[in-house]
Design a binder for this molecule. Structure first.
Ligand SMILES: Cc1cc2nc3c(=O)[nH]c(=O)nc-3n(C[C@H](O)[C@H](O)[C@H](O)COP(=O)(O)OP(=O)(O)OC[C@H]3O[C@@H](n4cnc5c(N)ncnc54)[C@H](O)[C@@H]3O)c2cc1C
Length: 533
């Protein structure tokens, strides 16, 4: 199999154009290409008057590949096999492994362990997807928060009400496997090759259901509305966990707990801390969502190509380092999406973003974030970062009027340092509504001081980013975990048999990296190594 990189074609090109271009790159009659598979498709929009697609493809050709390769340029190469072999199952324990949390980390750990025949017990404090969708709607419409079933908690985890972006900064061969699994469980096929794959919240629900069904069909068990309230530990080894479900308490005996609880399970982290599980502070970021009209962002990015059916809604990724300030960056951009109220604790507000597969909502939004280092947490306590998040979330709740209305401010007013009193052309999309005011009253000064400079710098990178009518909705405090639960090279914590995993334990940031970490921890369970801490 040969791969060809960097085939450039116009937006209107079809499969036959791609075959022709592949033949040209191989210096071969295109009829000698038996099969062609796109492995990557990206948009090159650096020149607004000449936007085109760039493809990487894999081809099977008629004849000697080496001979073909010899007469080609550096853009053609032999396909190397995936650098990964699944470890052998060495686990001998008769006890069933338990996975706590059914987000991306727990789902992928569950798939691996179920396929290995280990019949994992998976417990999830939130509801199954259908019920959870009702709980979230009830919160967004009637502002009745269910603290156990919401945007952060429930089947599919925190990313279920999201854009389902699958981009990741990690380089791990398992990323490929995660993408293929998502596609074979119902995600759009193009995630296999898109340079910036996304699923959309409307399609994610089905993917999550399909993964659930496969785990169940292999003998795994999933209990929803079931929370781990404690771990049972003796001589620094896990002996079981305590569960509560519908008011009914139970002890479940196990020697293996994969802790896939995400970064909102603050109560669970506090319980583990009480047990002496080693953890440390970790930097995280704080900011607000910024919303612009989608068509405006499309024009800024695609010029006269904006609205081209082959392109869809435009994204952006901006970063700068203002003088004497901290780094600021945009994060989790949701083209044609909405801002969501993602609260999980009563009396606190946190926002995030989500899109449907079509990305056709009126606005586009992203988080504008600034890093917060442990020295700014105000205490050396390992959980001080959580307290800082909570303080900001509570201040936002109060500023919004105490009914989950989210505080907001227009960018023009923010730059002029005056509270907002009236919306402009941009209609904020947060489903619980916004209360206009001054986000300086909610966010740490270091964040807002950085904003003041960063907005102007970013406006030069994306013309109009600092448009006066753009709307900030605050606060975004949970883009990553402020604590890391320590684990060793065999993925276990100082309490043996406890595998801290995924985003909440500080080993992932996003759907794909959390899923990869879930698989890695599950492989460690299969390998069954055991050393002294
Ligand atoms: C609105 C929103 C949009 C997002 N958009 C994107 C995006 O587009 N792309 C992207 O890559 N990432 C996105 N993210 C981030 C992404 O969702 C997370 O990085 C990812 O879900 C982390 O996976 P996880 O499995 O580690 O934890 P989580 O997904 O947080 O899952 C943890 C699960 O554990 C359960 N749990 C917690 N404590 C207990 C307990 N004691 N007992 C039983 N169950 C428990 C929770 O209910 C939860 O379901 C978004 C997040 C949000 C909130």
């Amino acid at each position: 199999m040969l791969k060809i990189n960097q085939i450039k074609l116009p937006l209107t090109a079809d499969e036959s154009d791609l075959r022709r271009a592949a033949g040209k790159a191989l210096r071969l009659d295109e009829n000698r290409i038996h099969s062609l598979r796109i492995t990557k498709k990206a948009v090159d929009s650096r020149k607004k008057d000449n936007i085109f697609f760039v493809y990487n493809v894999e081809v099977d050709v008629d004849g000697d590949e080496q001979a073909v390769l010899k007469r080609c340029g550096s853009e053609v190469d032999i396909v190397k096999p995936l650098d990964f072999t699944e470890p052998e199952l060495k686990r001998t324990s008769e006890l069933r492994p338990v996975i706590v949390g059914f987000g991306p980390a727990g789902m992928f750990a569950g798939l691996v362990l179920a396929r290995a025949g280990l019949k994992p017990l998976i417990i999830e404090r939130g509801a199954r997807i259908e019920e959870r969708q009702n709980d979230v709607q009830n919160f967004w419409i009637n502002r009745r928060l269910n603290p156990e079933s919401n945007v952060q908690y429930g089947e599919g985890g925190a990313g279920t009400f999201s854009d389902g972006k699958l981009t990741t900064g990690i380089k791990d061969p398992l990323c490929r496997i995660v993408i293929d699994e998502l596609a074979s469980h119902g995600a759009p096929e193009e995630i296999r090759w898109s340079a910036k794959p996304h699923i959309g919240t409307d399609r994610l629900a089905q993917v999550v259901r399909n993964i659930r069904e496969e785990i169940l069909s292999l003998g795994g068990e999933i209990r929803f509305n079931c929370k781990m309230t404690d771990v049972i530990v003796a001589n620094s080894y896990i002996h079981g966990i305590k569960l509560i479900s519908d008011g009914h308490e139970e002890d479940f005996q196990t020697d293996t707990v994969l802790l896939c609880t995400g970064h909102s399970a603050r109560d669970t982290v506090a319980t583990l801390y009480e047990h002496g599980v080693k953890m440390m502070q970790k930097p995280f970021s704080v900011g607000a969502r910024i919303e612009h009209p989608r068509e405006f962002i499309d024009k800024a990015q695609y010029g006269s190509f904006a609205g081209h059916p082959a392109l869809g809604a435009a994204d952006y990724k901006l970063a700068c380092h203002p003088e004497h300030g901290r780094g600021a960056y945009t994060f989790c951009m949701c083209p044609g999406g909405t801002v969501v109220n993602a609260a999980s604790e009563e009396g606190g507000i946190v926002v995030n973003g989500m899109s449907e597969y079509g990305r056709d909502a009126e606005n586009s939004n992203s988080a504008l974030l600034v890093g917060i280092e442990p020295e700014n947490f105000g205490s050396d306590h390992p959980l001080a970062g959580i307290e800082l998040q909570r303080k900001i979330e509570r201040a936002a709740f109060a500023a919004g009027g105490g009914d989950y209305t989210a505080p907001a401010q227009l960018v023009g007013d923010f730059l002029a340092d005056r509270p907002s009193v009236k919306l402009g052309a941009v209609k904020p999309s947060c489903p619980t509504g916004v209360a206009l005011g001054d986000i300086r009253k909610i966010l740490p000064k270091k964040v807002t001081d950085t904003y003041a400079q960063a907005l102007l710098k970013m406006d030069k990178m994306l013309c109009g980013f600092a448009m006066p009518e753009a709307v900030f909705t605050a606060p975004e405090t949970r883009s990553s975990s402020p604590v890391r639960i320590l684990r060793d090279e065999i993925y276990q914590s100082n309490i043996r048999g406890l595998y801290p995993c995924g985003e909440g334990a500080g080993y992932a940031g996003g759907i794909v990296s959390a899923a990869v970490d879930g698989m890695r921890c599950a492989y460690a369970v299969m390998a069954d190594e055991n050393d002294e801490w």
